[in-house]
Design a protein. Structure first.
Length: 414
């Protein structure tokens, strides 16, 4: 029996003559993968992608001027190569891993001057090596990965914002605040932030729809890229638990364990070469002062670096930014708990715990890029308080530009 009411039944359609059908029918064009992807984009998605492209162009213009206006040597007569501004710090570690592997020619932690490259998870270097087979320049290959991954991430973030917020402009506004955030330059460089978000944000979207298998697979891909993937896995597992307790069923529980496999496999690989199951963690301790300290010790040490006169002004400013980012993160967790967004609160809190229990804070401003509840929350505030958008852009514009210049000119870490 039809479920349509009589007033909603479709009108009967008289079959056309076979010759008429043959004359009017036209074969459907065959679409490649790009066409299929484009067909899945809504007008709102395309608007966000235009915004993404415009901010990439702006950043590339900044990089072009940076290599001419701020050369490494004050008496330089030629600018650095076009891609040189992006080949900095962690990008070099990933390049070395992709090109030479983790333990080239038997070198390792036992070698004098070792670069502690095992601190970096293998997902990004493996992809970089694969893309390099098509793009000969290593830096260009890394930038291409970040460019494509960033596009995926920003579309997913905008869709997530539209799911959380009722306002029609929520997606575009969230993308705007995110792409103009202080550390947005790292989304374009050969770093892991864009790639991780390209997995993490669709994973969370899938989890919101209770598509647990897809969420688990995407989260597993995220754990190949960053240890932050484990924080995401914990949040997805808690979301599943809350759903199951509310009547969603327990059949998909096994999927929540899948994201543990890549870190376990990587630890096993490192153990076979170093005899140390936690070699990646110990490499972080040697190279980046990530030995465990209580949160109050880490705060005190960072405060001393920021205001104690023990560091040069550039480093002191970086430590001040670390303190500010920590305060933002703590406030975010408090708001999420108050609004009973416990899975999201767990995700951000685990990130803060990992970054806030070292000798001093390192990379917390960069980590704000991974806190999607922050950008959605700021977008919600700006939509309900129009003055906030103006205030945010007036503050973010110079800060974002200065951070980009600091990175692109090689002054980010000394």
């Amino acid at each position: 029996m039809s479920t349509l009411s009589p007033g909603l039944r479709p009108a009967p359609v008289r079959p056309a003559h076979p010759d008429a059908r043959a004359a009017t029918a036209s074969p459907e064009p065959r679409q490649g993968w790009f066409g299929r992807v484009a067909a899945r984009l809504t007008p709102a998605d395309r608007s966000v992608l235009w915004l993404y492209l415009l901010t990439r162009i702006s950043l590339w213009i900044t990089a072009h001027f940076a290599r001419w206006l701020f050369p490494a040597q004050s008496d330089a007569r030629e600018a650095a190569p076009v891609l040189a501004p992006f080949q900095r710090w962690d990008a070099n570690h990933y390049l070395n891993i992709a090109r030479d592997g983790y333990f080239p020619a038997g070198a390792g932690p036992w070698t004098s001057g070792w670069d502690n490259r095992e601190a970096f998870f293998p997902g990004y270097p493996v992809l970089l090596r694969a893309v390099h087979t098509v793009v000969p320049d290593w830096t260009a290959a890394g930038l291409l990965i970040s460019f494509v991954a960033g596009a995926v991430a920003v579309v997913a973030l905008a869709r997530m914002a539209r799911a959380y917020l009722p306002e029609g402009a929520a997606g575009h506004r969230t993308a705007l605040l995110f792409l103009l955030s202080p550390c947005a330059v790292f989304l374009a460089a050969g770093y892991t932030e864009a790639l991780f978000l390209a997995f993490a944000l669709p994973a969370w979207l899938a989890a919101m729809k209770h598509r647990w298998a897809a969420a688990a697979v995407l989260t597993t891909l995220g754990t190949t890229v960053r240890v932050s993937g484990l924080f995401l896995a914990a949040a997805v597992a808690l979301l599943f638990l809350l759903s199951a307790r509310a009547g969603g069923g327990w059949r998909a529980a096994g999927w929540t364990l899948l994201p543990v496999l890549p870190p376990a496999a990587y630890s096993w690989y490192l153990h076979t070469h170093t005899g140390d199951w936690m070699a990646w963690k110990h490499a972080q301790e040697r190279g980046w002062y990530r030995t465990f300290h209580t949160p109050w010790e880490a705060w005190a040490n960072t405060w001393a670096g920021a205001f104690g006169g023990t560091q040069t002004t550039g480093y002191a400013l970086m430590f001040q930014a670390e303190l500010a980012a920590m305060l933002v993160g703590l406030a975010l967790v408090a708001v999420l708990l108050r609004r009973r967004r416990r899975p999201e609160a767990v995700y951000v809190a685990l990130s803060l715990w990992a970054l806030g229990t070292s000798y001093w804070y390192t990379s917390i401003p960069r980590a704000t890029l991974l806190w999607w509840p922050l950008w959605i929350g700021l977008a919600a505030l700006s939509l309900r308080r129009p003055w906030f958008r103006t205030a945010y852009l007036c503050v973010a514009a110079p800060v974002t530009t200065l951070v980009a210049l600091t990175f692109l000119t090689g002054r980010w870490a000394g």
